[in-house]
Design a protein around this ligand. Structure first.
Ligand SMILES: [Zn+2]
Length: 282
């Protein structure tokens, strides 16, 4: 057989395998109780996230050069995860601050790598708002929205191979690196659907309040994002249908359901701590 024919056949086998994988990989998510189609196992999601981290950092301005702020972002994120149901997920979460002052955004890779830009941090003035944005991104990870997206794009099978080989062998081939870069590109520019955003709002609210943060922080975050939205490239949160007003109304409804007797006054807003730590470093 000629080389071209072999390659064509291999391509066909991979495509079939991908389709088969997509159709056969239905799993139950223990946190959201949903049936979902994902080609990657949680371990593979973690490997993809770790390998994609550098790609995101490079694309979005690099890590912000303040160890204090990096630690603070990670501490708030870890509190949201450790004190909530998100702790039961299999993902080792890491939270990073990107040196991107002109971009108001936050995003998550599968497996627990979460990023927020200095452009967004600059707009905020309380720890509860920060907990809200991180909780929302944690929601995307535990609900496996990114992996579902990759499965729909039939990238799953290809990635399983690339990650599997890359994880066991430090010498990554150009092809494997390309597959991972392609997946990360998809994820960085990903616009989640309406249902995914609403689900992450709901999960974010749950996680932040379980971690004793004032849920009003999430409402304020939506207002901040709404006013920061300026034409061109809307932040990840606002990229899809539910208009901020609509989402704020739903979040407020959720808050009323969670706290029928009103939001307990002892929940943390953390304005002072936030400004003491963030202001000198930003
Ligand atoms: Zn989102």
């Amino acid at each position: 057989m000629g080389k071209l024919l072999v390659r064509l056949l291999l391509g066909l086998i991979f495509a079939l395998f991908g389709t088969f994988n997509y159709c056969s990989n239905v799993s139950q998510n223990p946190i959201t109780d949903e049936q979902q189609r994902v080609a990657l196992s949680p371990e593979q999601e973690v490997a993809l996230g770790r390998q994609g981290r550098q790609e995101v950092v490079q694309q979005l301005g690099g890590l912000y050069p303040s160890p204090q702020l990096q630690t603070y972002i990670d501490q708030v994120g870890q509190q949201v995860v450790q004190q909530s149901e998100a702790a039961q997920s299999p993902y080792p979460f890491e939270f990073h601050l990107l040196d991107s002052p002109d971009t108001v955004n936050a995003l998550a890779l599968p497996g627990g790598q979460i990023f927020i830009t200095t452009g967004l941090l600059r707009e905020m003035d309380s720890e509860a708002q920060l907990a809200g944005v991180l909780g929302h991104e944690v929601g995307h990870v535990v609900a496996r929205h990114g992996s579902e997206h990759l499965a729909r794009r039939q990238l799953g099978a290809m990635l399983v191979n690339a990650i599997g080989i890359a994880a066991s062998d430090s010498a990554q081939s150009a092809q494997q690196a390309a597959a991972i870069a392609q997946a990360v590109n998809q994820l960085v520019n990903l616009r989640y659907g309406r249902e995914d955003e609403l689900e992450s709002d709901r999960l974010g609210l749950q996680f932040m309040t379980e971690a004793d943060y004032d849920p009003q922080g999430l409402v304020e975050l939506m207002q901040i994002l709404e006013s920061a939205q300026s034409g061109g490239n809307p932040p990840e949160f606002l990229s899809t249908h539910p208009s901020p007003d609509n989402r704020i109304a739903r979040i407020e409804e959720d808050i009323r359901e969670t706290y029928p007797n009103g939001v307990p006054p002892e929940l943390t807003e953390g304005e002072q701590r936030f400004s003491q730590i963030v202001a000198p470093e930003l």
